[in-house]
Design a protein around this ligand. Structure first.
Ligand code: HEM
Length: 152
C-alpha cells in the first residue's frame, strides 16, 4: 500500500523535477549570457528545483528498502544481483547515478549562493544543474530501456 503510493509519487514527480531543472537551466543560461541581474524570482526557481530533486531523492531512498526490484535485503547474494539486469539497474546504477546528480545540484546551489556577482551565480547554476540533469536523464528507468518501467 505505502509501496504503491510511493512508486506512483516517485514516478510522477520525475516530470516536476525535469521541468523545474530545465526551467532553471534555461533561465541561468540566458541570464548568464545576457549578463543580467540575479532576481529574487531566479533565486526561488533555483531553490524549488533543488527542493524537488531532494524530495525525489528521499522518496527513492525509502523505495530502495521496499522495492522488490532491490533484493539486497532479502538474502540474495550480490553476484546474482549483478548478473540480473533489472536488479543491477535499481540496486546499483539508478542510485549511484542519482546520487551523483543530487551532489552536483546541491554543490551548484550552495556555490551559487556563496559566489559574488550575478553573472557568476547564473553560470554556476547552469554548469552544475546542467551536469546534474544529464546524470538524471541517463539514470531514469525509461520504458524503452528498462522492462516494466512506466512513463508516469
Ligand atoms: C532524484 C532523482 C530520481 C529520479 C528522477 C528518479 C526516477 C525514477 C523513476 C522514473 C522510476 C520508475 C518508476 C516507474 O517504473 O514507474 C524510479 C524507480 C525507482 N527509484 Fe528512482 N529516481 C530518483 C532517485 C532515486 C534514488 C536516490 C533512489 C534510491 C536511493 C531511487 C530508487 C528507486 C527505486 C527502488 C525504484 C523502483 C521502484 C519500483 O518500481 O519498485 N530513486 N525512479
Amino acid at each position: 500500500m505505502l509501496y504503491n503510493i510511493l512508486v506512483h509519487t516517485h514516478s510522477g514527480l520525475r516530470w516536476i523535477v525535469l521541468i523545474l531543472l530545465l526551467a532553471a537551466i534555461v533561465t541561468a543560461f540566458r541570464k548568464w549570457q545576457g549578463r543580467d541581474e540575479y532576481t529574487p524570482g531566479n533565486n526561488k526557481l533555483y531553490l524549488f528545483a533543488l527542493i524537488a530533486t531532494h524530495t525525489q531523492f528521499t522518496i527513492g531512498l525509502i523505495l530502495y528498502f521496499l522495492s522488490p526490484k532491490v533484493p539486497l535485503f532479502d538474502g540474495i547474494d550480490f553476484g546474482t544481483i549483478m548478473k540480473t539486469a533489472i536488479y543491477r539497474f535499481y540496486s546499483v546504477e539508478h542510485i549511484v547515478g542519482m546520487l551523483i546528480a543530487v551532489v552536483l545540484i546541491t554543490i551548484g546551489r550552495s556555490k551559487s549562493r556563496r559566489i559574488s556577482g550575478p553573472v557568476q551565480k547564473h553560470r554556476t547554476v547552469f554548469m552544475f544543474y546542467g551536469l546534474g540533469l544529464l546524470a538524471i536523464l541517463i539514470s531514469i528507468p525509461w520504458p524503452f530501456r528498462i522492462p516494466g518501467a512506466g512513463w508516469f
